[in-house]
Structure formats: C-alpha cells, structure tokens
Design a protein around this ligand. Structure first.
Ligand code: CA
Length: 222
C-alpha cells in the first residue's frame, strides 16, 4: 500500500500501480506527505459527485485534467475490513477553505463494512484536529454507523426524504448530516445561503459557514 511505497523511498504524491496483499492490482493515489491512501479528493470546479451506487462502489475520477477522485467503497471495505487482518486505520480529513486556511480532523479505527451492510462507516472516535468533530456529531446527523446512500440508493434515516437527492452527493447520511465532503462546492463569492437551500453543500458543521476550495480524505495504516 502507500505506506510500503513511502518506506521504500517514494516521496512524490501521485498515482502508483500496486498489488494489494490480497492480490488485486490497483492504481492508487498516495499522499506521501500524510503517508496514506487518498480515498477522496474533491475540488471546486472539479467532478460531479452526485453519482449512483455502482460508481461509488467501483470508484471514479482520476481521468482527464481533474485531480478529483473517489477510491471506491468496495476497495475501502476490502482494505479496512475484509482483508485488514490485524491492521487498523486512521481516517484523516483535510479541508482547505476558500481563503487558503487548512483544517484537519482524525478518526480512530476507521473501517467500511462490506456491501451487505451498506458499506457502513465504523470508527471508535474523534482523535482531534482543528476542524472539529463534524463527522460524529449529534445523534440525528452523525455519520457514525450509517450506511452509504447515493442518488439511486436511499439508506439514510430521513424517512420522508432522500438525503443524496437533497444534498447532491453520496455520503454516510443520517437525517441528514453535519458533514458532507462529496456535496457540491460553492463558487467563490457566494454563500451557502445563496445556493444550498437546505443548508449543506460541501461542509463541516463545526466550522460553521466556511466554504472550501478542496477537501481530501486519507486512510493511514497504523
Ligand atoms: Ca430516506
């Protein structure tokens, strides 16, 4: 994985072709600075993340000029749950505000359960970081233990509605969420109130109305 490549002396962030311990060949984006596998890169003006289950399962992006990517729920589940053995992973979230300020948050023992469990998000808790803990917030909006929901697959806890339809991204929605890193980015100069009538574009509620130019999620093997 990316950590092995880093230990072998690779220092450049970018795509690497690798074979997993369990025998699958993959092209993976490694952050050598953070030391992990990048599972989401989403930038303002980049890809549309309002996609269906099959695309979120398989992963997408990393084509053409865009640097945006989604690693894929199946890959995540295989790495962190099915074939993880004794390895544990820390989830790191990096958020860059429109003014360039960086924020981060880390979560312990991050796992994504297999598809039969809806690729449920599992973590034992917030480790800290300047972004604050929006992922595991109050019970109605926490992403913890939620199944993934997409445009065509409603596994959220909003009994009257469909969170991906309202928020235009795939996520571990509850009813709905205090975090969404796949939801649309707000163009510079516009506020969330202008564009997101239900109050959530790409957002991290503990940072209030701050809007972002890019966000990233990385898994770090401990
Ligand atoms: Ca629903």
């Amino acid at each position: 994985d990316c950590q092995d490549l880093k230990e072998q002396g690779n220092i450049v962030d970018g795509y690497y072709l690798m074979t997993t311990d369990y025998g699958l060949e993959r092209r993976v984006f490694c952050s050598m600075d953070i030391g992990g596998t990048v599972i989401l890169r989403h930038s303002r003006g980049g890809l549309d993340f309002n996609r269906n289950w099959a695309e979120y399962k398989a992963g997408f992006g990393a084509t053409g000029a865009s640097t945006d990517l989604w690693y894929g729920l199946e890959n995540l589940s295989l790495d962190t749950y099915v074939n993880s053995g004794t390895a544990t992973y820390t989830l790191r979230v990096d958020l860059t505000a429109n003014d360039g300020t960086g924020f981060e948050a880390e979560y312990a023992n991050f796992k994504v359960a297999p598809e039969v469990y809806g690729y449920q998000l599992i973590t034992t808790g917030f480790l800290g970081g300047s972004a604050g803990n929006a992922l595991l917030s109050i019970p109605d909006t926490s992403a913890g233990n939620m199944r993934f929901s997409t445009l065509d697959d409603d596994n959220d806890k909003d009994v009257n509605g469909h969170c991906p339809d309202r928020h235009k991204g795939g996520w571990w929605f509850n009813a709905c969420s205090d975090s969404c890193l796949t939801c649309p980015m707000i163009p510079d100069g516009q506020t969330s109130a202008d564009l997101c009538t239900s109050g959530l574009c790409t957002g991290w509620r503990t940072l209030g109305d701050i809007t972002f130019q890019n966000v990233m999620m990385t898994i770090i093997r401990n």
